[in-house]
Design a protein around this ligand. Structure first.
Ligand SMILES: [Zn+2]
Length: 439
């Protein structure tokens, strides 16, 4: 029999505009049953789990990540191209075991900063999914497919992606997604085939789109158009497509993107560092509800959605001419819009009835959080990973008082560092770092 659990806290954020006081969150198995005033609980009072001076809040969804790509932390700021020289420099040496161990390291970072779901795009997706299952995070996971050039290419990758999708399709917390890498690394024929395959199998597609000048130049010289127009002309953009970046564009691209109803993902730190932010203001004018993701190291060296939410707000508003984005709107994107879109409408990302019980607690009484006049504004503008106390996913507690509950934290951390050393020795990156090649 599934037992009910009752959680009380100083505040319960049901969604970006609804905050309850003196209330209890009732969780029934994997689902939210209700939020009720505490005085209405009369018979099970002793069962209430008093979480203390915290805010119970929906967790955040990272709409574009590569959690195992934490390996190149700190190396993307020199003259070498972060993607082509740094990331692709180490990726040919990956294997199942390395991706599993590195994924867990990235997931520890994500969970500790309040992320309950990731939308992850990487090689050896099976290892990423197994890491999700072990640590307890919800994963929308795609196996990266490249057919033209890149660290891992060829038909074998398409086979692996399809068997990954079949093997994990009925899992409670791992949700497979089709993940062609990008318009220049996947041939038009295969882009179309993968798009059809996704639609036939009711899967979403997660792709990088218009992310580098190299992609723009390649598509221009081969197809005489821009990456977004190329994708649009191929008919592969639709409302079930998550398109990361969309920041290297030309006239008319963003209008077409809006028309296609694809979901563009702003990766504020990566974009800001490269000096090419996605034009979020123009997309908002076009009524496009864009999402937020961290991307990965080499561009952004952590998986902290609290950081990313604030950076998104600041970058957007720094070039806004009107209609400045407010913290509550950013909270809505990170908690609701991101997961609504990457789940194809199956999740709402708030704590309303019958939603999956994915929630976090945030300390309400730290110096960073006080004074607390507006709960949601303070979560976005003040909270840091230090304030994240507990994380529940699918009704299961995976972080309690900042301690991981399902994994041996110390062992995972040490094994992750060992995996990094192995990868760096295999690729000669250890010597390159000593030589200052990336600094
Ligand atoms: Zn990416």
């Amino acid at each position: 029999m599934i037992s009910k659990e009752y959680f009380s806290a100083r505040y319960i954020v049901e969604d970006y505009k609804t905050v309850h006081k003196n209330s209890v969150l009732i969780v029934n198995g994997k689902y939210i049953e209700n939020i009720v005033p505490i005085e209405t609980i009369t018979k099970d009072l002793s069962k209430i789990n008093e979480l203390g001076d915290v805010i119970i809040s929906p967790g955040f969804t990272n709409a574009h990540s590569h959690v195992a790509l934490n390996s190149v932390k700190g190396l993307g700021y020199g003259n070498a191209s972060a993607l082509y020289d740094v990331m692709w420099g180490i990726e040919p040496a990956l294997d199942e075991d390395l991706v599993y161990k590195l994924s867990l390291l990235g997931m520890m970072d994500a969970i500790s900063s309040g992320t309950t779901s990731i939308n992850d795009h990487y090689f050896f997706a099976d290892s990423v999914a197994k890491a999700c299952e072990y640590i307890g995070i919800r994963g929308f996971i795609g196996h990266t497919i490249m057919t033209e050039y890149g660290p891992w290419t060829g038909k074998e990758q398409i086979k692996l992606a399809k068997s990954f999708n079949n093997n994990w399709k009925n899992h409670s917390t791992v949700h497979p997604i089709v993940a062609p890498h990008e318009t220049s690394t996947v041939s038009p024929k295969e882009l179309k085939e993968l798009s059809n395959y996704a639609l036939e199998n009711n899967l979403l597609t997660h792709i990088h789109l218009a992310q580098t000048q190299k992609e723009m130049d390649y598509i221009k010289s081969n197809y005489d158009t821009s990456p977004i127009k190329h994708a649009f002309n191929l008919g592969i953009l639709n409302e079930k497509v998550i398109a990361a970046h969309c920041n290297v564009v030309e006239d008319g691209d963003l209008e077409l993107l809006a028309e296609s109803k694809a979901f563009p993902i702003f990766c504020p730190t990566t974009h800001g560092i490269a000096g090419k932010p996605m034009n979020t203001n123009f997309l908002s004018e076009l009524n496009v509800d864009w999402g937020i993701g961290t991307d990965c190291s080499g561009g952004n060296d952590d998986y902290d959605m609290l950081d990313e939410m604030r950076t998104a707000l600041v970058l957007n508003n720094s070039v806004a001419k009107k209609d400045f984005i407010k913290p509550k709107e950013i909270f809505r994107k990170a908690s609701e819009e991101n997961i609504k879109r990457i789940s194809g409408g199956n999740f709402s990302g708030n704590l309303s009835k019958n939603q999956k019980a994915d929630f976090i607690t945030i300390s309400a009484n730290s110096p960073r959080m006080q004074p607390l006049h507006d709960v949601v504004n303070n979560i976005v503008m003040c909270a840091s990973s230090n304030e994240i106390k507990d994380v529940f996913i699918d009704g299961q507690c995976i972080l309690k008082d900042s301690k991981f509950q399902l994994i041996d934290e110390q062992k995972v951390f040490e094994e992750g560092l060992e995996a990094l050393n192995k990868l760096f020795t295999k690729t000669g990156f250890d010597k390159k770092i000593d030589n200052g090649d990336f600094s």
